[in-house]
Design a protein around this ligand. Structure first.
Ligand code: ATP
Ligand code: MG
Length: 432
């Protein structure tokens, strides 16, 4: 099993622990990913050594989560590896657990959430410890709780969200008792902080290649009704559209994640978008995320043009001016993704041809819109005249200047050729 071999620095750390008389095993996500054939760098170790011992055994450590038994050990290259003491939960409250050390490897594996996350591999001997048949579930592509699902979800409600994320990320089915426990958890998810919920949503957007199915599961389980009512009743195309946004490669492309969030939440035509603002605030959206989502929502309120991806130059120029140069590409991507999702739901062979035509029309509109955005005068700042120029012709009142500039901008949106000092001043003189 060559793909199971952890990096040399992890093996070194494990050997140091074992030489001192402790057990050391690779556990968690890296082991799971290795069995799935996915490259991974984040190898975590579990050990019988207590945290203070781990701190003593290694020269460079970071107290990552000492209370929970986790010490970060820095290898020669300065890369941090988490080393966590075997532990057992003594008390849980729906999110946090009080843990004790002095547990065995099997006890440590038993407190893990899903069978696929509860496999251990010995870094030297490559011996596998898999008491919950995680490998069989990986093989069968099933997500299943370790132990009794309802109880495990009661201990920590976050597991319901983690379950949906892992199932989506690996395209696994969800074992039926585990699914029932997720549904049962939904009304209790208020136990989680909104920061946590948002973090999970971000991870779904970052880790799940095509998240529509995962979002549908959130809805089916009643999780949106409990946590994000704004998403409980949206049309299916809203979720499906996210699968049609560009998604590869997602790693290192935070902009793509923000676009996915915007596509998920942007309710077209809400102006002023107070409900939307409230929803995003409740979910602790960052300013950048909120801004884009609200701007995209506003821009999507141009139904004719975005439904057909056609429009005359003046209409397109007005739309670009209202949307804002920087918002146009995002708004068009979301509009196209939603149109494609609508087409896909209609289904059939014709749908395929229709989708290709749709993408073609979208590309043309995108090219035209970008040319307008970066070539034509569309903002007050693009005008050939400013307030000082208007003063020279006797318009001195601040409000009148603002109003005149806006009307001149409307005129150049109709006809960009008007954007010269002489023509605009002449035009300003003629305005009533
Ligand atoms: P990722 O690749 O997303 O990091 P991961 O499996 O490593 O996936 P982590 O959140 O890093 O996930 O957690 C590491 C391991 O700790 C998990 O594989 C699981 O065994 C255990 N674990 C994490 N969170 C929980 C939880 N809430 N309940 C039980 N076990 C958990
Ligand atoms: Mg991890």
């Amino acid at each position: 099993m060559p793909h199971l071999t952890p990096p040399a620095s992890v093996v070194d750390i494990a050997r140091t622990l074992e030489r001192a008389g402790f057990e050391a095993w690779c556990v968690g996500g890296a082991v799971r990913d290795a069995f799935l054939g996915i490259e991974t760098l984040d190898w975590d170790l579990a050990t019988s050594a207590r945290p203070e011992v781990v701190q003593r055994l290694f020269r460079r450590t970071v107290p990552v989560g000492i209370r929970f038994g986790t010490v970060g050990v820095l290898d020669h290259a300065g890369v941090l590896h988490e080393v966590t003491t075997f532990r057992r939960d003594v008390e849980t409250d729906g999110r946090h657990a009080v843990v004790t050390f002095g547990a065995s490897l099997d006890e440590d594996l038993a407190r893990r959430d899903f069978t696929i996350n509860a496999i251990a591999v010995h870094p030297d001997r490559l011996e596998v410890r898999d008491p919950f048949r995680g490998r069989a579930d990986l093989e069968a592509r099933v997500l299943r709780c370790v132990g009794a699902p309802a109880e495990r979800m009661r201990e920590d409600r976050l597991r319901a969200l983690r379950a949906l994320r892992f199932a989506g990320r690996f395209d696994f089915s969800i074992e039926s008792a585990t699914w029932m426990a997720i549904v049962e958890s939904a009304p209790h998810l208020g136990r989680l902080s909104m920061e946590r919920v948002k973090q999970e949503l971000d991870k779904v957007m970052a880790q799940v290649a095509r998240p529509a199915r995962t979002l549908e599961r959130y809805r089916e389980a009643g999780i949106f009704a409990a946590l994000v009512p704004a998403l409980a009743d949206v049309p299916p195309a809203r979720f499906a559209a996210i699968d049609h946004l560009p998604h590869r490669p997602l790693a290192g492309r935070p902009g793509r994640i923000v676009l996915r969030l915007a596509a998920l939440f942007a309710e077209p035509g809400v102006a002023p978008p107070r409900d939307l603002e409230r929803t995003l605030k409740a979910l602790r959206f960052s300013n950048v995320e909120s801004r884009l989502t609200i701007d995209v929502a506003r821009a999507l309120a141009a139904p004719e043009m975005l439904a057909t991806f056609e429009g005359d130059a003046v209409a397109l120029r007005r739309w670009v001016a209202d949307a804002g140069r920087l918002v146009v590409p995002s708004a068009l991507r979301v509009a196209c993704a939603r149109a494609l999702a609508d087409g896909a739901i209609a289904g059939g062979a014709e749908a395929h041809a229709w989708q290709r035509a749709c993408v073609g029309r979208f590309r043309r509109l995108h090219r035209r819109a970008m040319a307008i955005a970066w070539r034509d005068p569309i903002t007050l700042g693009d005008l050939a005249v400013d307030g000082e120029d208007l003063r020279t012709i006797g318009i001195t009142d601040g409000r009148a200047i603002g109003e005149t500039l806006r009307r001149l901008r409307d005129a150049v949106l109709e006809d960009p050729a008007l954007n010269t000092v002489e023509q605009l001043l002449a035009c300003a003189r003629r305005l009533p």
